[in-house]
Design a protein around this ligand. Structure first.
Ligand code: G1P
Length: 295
């Protein structure tokens, strides 16, 4: 099987839940501690062996493009001042020549429509999709975990986690046939089902390894849940011929598309940082104490 070399990052979303911050800052640039959301997704993709990064972007996302460009004046000034730590902090923002391609999604017609914009750049090979809103804290990056599992099973593969039944209405949900270790063989998947009719409680998290045949189905599906062109529907339509599995990843996922998830991720990543954790956990404990007493 050929290695997975290309990844698509849908970054066209307006981020309305984070207004007013996102009035002038793309939501993918909001920082968790000191790194923007997009950096977490890029790092995870790199760890998994991705070499070509395709952003499906939109108007008003210029800061995202600049972030992965060289900042000649800034770098010269840091060099002149001997600020080697600050220069080192810029390293993850460097992209090899030609590694980043940006396409525009001109209309917000859904995730399936966004991924479809990358068709000519992906071509005829299996590829990854990472939704930067889903930030996952793990020892080994989730996409790298999936690449290993995918080498054994092939087909389409989506990351999944078990959620309480009422929560399935917010996710793509897998119709599970059987389970072998972390891999769930699936018949299909459905976008945002009603909890009482959902085929399982295995919810899709924003990491996918997809066969290029998905572009055929993406070209043919109509609007689905929420009136949008859903990636889930295209994968589902292709599941019986290409194969579909879920991968129960090892890691803790934060929904950074919501304020609650974003704030929790900020705290979790700060607590995981050796330079911040001692003071920060003392601060959190002191804040939590009065609530304990009143509870
Ligand atoms: C998207 C997908 C959904 C998936 C979710 C994971 O939904 O359509 O299948 O479960 O991401 O975060 P959204 O959150 O954009 O509504």
């Amino acid at each position: 099987m050929k290695p997975i070399r290309k990844a698509v990052f849908p970054v066209a979303g307006m981020g309305t839940r984070f207004l007013p911050a996102t009035k002038s800052v793309p939501k993918e640039m909001l920082p968790l501690v000191d790194r923007p959301l997009i950096q977490y997704a890029i790092d995870e993709a790199r760890e998994a062996g991705i070499e070509e990064f395709i952003f499906v972007s939109a108007a008003g996302k210029g800061a995202l493009e600049d972030y992965f460009d060289t900042a000649a004046a800034l770098e010269m000034s840091l060099k002149a001042k001997g600020k080697t730590d600050a220069l080192k902090a810029l390293e993850p923002t460097r992209m090899p020549e030609g590694a980043l391609t940006i396409v525009r999604q001109r209309q917000a017609l859904g995730l399936g429509h966004a991924v479809r914009q990358a068709r000519h750049l992906v071509g005829d090979e299996a590829f990854a999709v990472l939704l930067p809103d889903d930030v996952i804290m793990s020892r080994k990056g989730v996409l790298a975990q999936m690449v290993d599992a995918h080498a054994r099973v092939g087909g389409h593969m989506v990351a999944t986690m078990d959620v309480p039944r009422p929560a399935v209405a917010s996710y793509g949900v897998l119709d599970v046939e059987n389970q072998k270790g972390r891999v769930l063989q699936a018949r299909g998947m459905v976008e945002k089902p009603r909890p009482d009719v959902a085929p399982s409680t295995q919810a899709v998290v924003g990491r996918y390894i997809l066969q290029p045949s998905v572009f055929e189905t993406l070209a043919n599906i109509g609007p689905g849940a929420g009136g949008e062109l859903q990636l889930t529907d295209a994968i589902n339509a292709d599941a019986s011929s290409a194969g579909l599995s879920g991968f129960q990843f090892d890691g803790e996922r934060f929904d950074c598309g919501s304020i609650q998830g974003f704030v929790q991720a900020t705290a979790a990543f700060a607590l995981a940082r050796s330079d911040l954790s001692t003071d920060f956990s003392a601060f959190i404990e002191a804040r939590a104490e009065p609530q304990k007493i009143s509870a």
